[in-house]
Design a binder for this molecule. Structure first.
Ligand code: FES
Length: 94
């Protein structure tokens, strides 16, 4: 089973169910830029436009990091995400 991960710039890829985005080969063809890939550097900040319910809940660590970026508290760290349904997001970075 796979899901559609699309971006506000029109890019879209299919991602396998519950596979971490950083483990999906096609993720590097999307607008996201990754740094540490382990939820620390915040390079991968994305704003979710549709399908928030199809993403895992925020960990305490993700909440802590996002809270240090004013106006991005509602965003997500893409390297920490997998999809359980279709999602549309926008890469914003830090
Ligand atoms: S790539 Fe560093 S926090 Fe996601």
């Amino acid at each position: 089973m796979s899901h559609k991960l699309s971006f506000t710039d029109g890019t879209s890829i299919d991602v396998p169910n519950k596979e971490l985005l950083i483990d999906c080969d096609d993720i590097f063809d999307t607008p996201i830029t990754f740094g540490c890939r382990s939820g620390v550097c915040a390079t991968c900040i994305c704003r979710v436009h549709e399908g928030e319910e199809n993403l895992p809940p925020k960990s305490d660590e993700e909440i802590d990091i996002l809270s240090t970026f004013k106006g991005k508290e509602d965003c997500r760290l893409a390297c920490q995400l997998y999809c359980t349904g279709d999602v549309k997001m926008e890469y914003v970075g830090k």
